[in-house]
Unconditional design. Sequence first.
Length: 268
Amino acid sequence: MRTEQKLHYILRIAVAMCFIGHGVFGVITKEIWCNYFAVFGIGKASAYSLMPWVGAFDILMGVIMLAYPVRAIALWLVVWGAFTAFLRPMSGEPFAEVIERAGNFGAPLALLILSGGIKNWKQLFAPIDSSAQVSPKTMETVSHCLKVVVFLLLMGHGWLNVIEKKGLLNQYASLGFSHPGKVAVMVGVFEITAALIVLIKPVRNILLVLFIWKISTELFYPHYEVFEWIERGGSYGAILALWFALKGIPSGFSIPSLQKINKQKSTN
């Protein structure tokens, strides 16, 4: 497959994982969701009755993106992913929780950009063609988008470690670390440094390490491990997609240079 086709399927699967995993938590009525409903003045009893419906809708959107991806749903998932992320600080959680979930809204945004965006309303419900040609300029934009998304999700998670989020401390304690606070700070510094490297000068070998790091460390959640891991598909997908996106851009070449080369090839 061409690079753009690989990106399409990686992002498409990542989006589906994110919203299917998120939806499952609604179906099983995850208690912390009550805090997010409370932002709108909805009490616990009503929240628990609404959660399965919200969760089922999320799952449906994820499944549709797997079977029949359309721009309208990708656009909705960008909005919904950002909205649900911002509910966290609105309910009293640190702002780092928003940017740590950049993959939730960043993956569908990158998929939208890769598909050419939305030029008219008729495109909203037309299937996204995985085999469509993608211009070098669009690939550049996708790469920039993914770079920012990966920067944010790493920075957010690193930030949560530095401020010693209770859930992360519990993870490290359950793994046998006697000083989970120190471990959290070290992990946080590592992830923030990695985030800055990705933003300033992303290196493919480092991205591969970060991809393995994320898919491994996200397995350490003490409850609902599989669903937590699936829900963070946007994070893995964004890192892996950026790895593939950078593969097609030779070092030292600018996008205009690539366009000139392609033009010369077509002329010959």
